[in-house]
Design a protein around this ligand. Structure first.
Ligand code: ATP
Ligand code: MG
Length: 233
């Protein structure tokens, strides 16, 4: 369970504090998936960073599986993030000198026995359709393939929470659909919570639930039939 209450975030700027999140509340249970939309600069990445414990809120709380990560000392917070949260960003952030298999194994360097880790990495790479690319370097993959490696890497430690910030922003429509479908399918199968930020109405529509960030608050997004019929997604 992910519980977010009264989340606020201000950034200090030269012209005074910039209030980006103005009180966000939501709950997501294991296995739930939500797409978050909203204008550029509305605070979507800021929210994901805080929920992902990469940044701290100005006030408010985040609880994941009944743990308030911001109460943990820094080394424990890092371990919590590594074990319980998976990230997929717009850029893949794969290490260019490492193979596909090695990239997926990177978050497990402090994890269980090597044989088990490698078994899971191979399984996930098979699930994302890359069993035939284990020894390739990222530069030898297509953009869609790189993002599929990033999805496998995000899931390697069986996180309860999977966060994706415009994971298909750099992809063509077909690769984008494939990556979005994999995120949904694997998160459901692993019983993880999935939060995906996207500018694509088409992608958002493929999610069971949608929310919109507007003026620093998050509200359910009702997709009207007019929006659904729009050719400009
Ligand atoms: N470290 C920071 N210091 C000051 N302002 C920041 C900082 N990070 C983000 N902001 C501001 O906070 C606002 C929200 O930024 P954020 O990146 O969360 O937007 P977003 O909704 O993800 O936008 P996009 O769709 O373009 O990715 C923006 O106005 C941005 O300029
Ligand atoms: Mg963003």
């Amino acid at each position: 369970m992910l519980t977010v209450r009264g989340l606020r975030k201000e950034f200090p700027t030269r012209s005074g504090p910039l209030e980006v999140l103005r009180g966000i509340d939501f709950d997501l249970a294991r296995g739930e998936a939500v797409a978050v939309m909203g204008p550029s600069g509305s605070g979507k990445s800021t929210l994901l960073h805080i929920v992902g414990t990469l940044d701290r809120p100005t006030s408010g709380t985040v609880r994941l599986e009944d743990i308030d990560p911001f109460q943990l000392p820094e080394p424990e917070l890092a371990a919590f993030r590594n074990r319980r949260i998976g990230f997929v960003f717009q850029d893949h952030y794969l290490l260019p000198q490492c193979s596909v298999l090695e990239n997926v194994l990177i978050p497990t360097l402090v994890g269980p026995a090597r044989v088990e880790r490698e078994k899971r990495a191979r399984y996930l790479l098979e699930r994302v359709g890359l069993a035939h690319r284990l020894r390739h370097r990222p530069s030898e993959l297509s953009g869609g393939e790189r993002q599929r490696v990033a999805v496998a890497r995000a899931l390697i430690n069986q996180p309860g929470l999977l966060l994706a910030d415009e994971p298909t922003g750099n992809l063509d429509r077909r690769s984008a659909q494939a990556v979005a479908a994999l995120l949904l399918e694997l998160a459901a199968q692993e019983n993880a919570i999935l939060i995906t930020v996207t500018h694509s109405l088409e992608l958002a529509r493929s999610f069971p639930r949608q929310m919109q960030m507007l003026d620093g608050t998050l509200a359910p997004l009702v997709l009207s039939s007019a929006q659904e019929a729009s050719p400009c997604t």
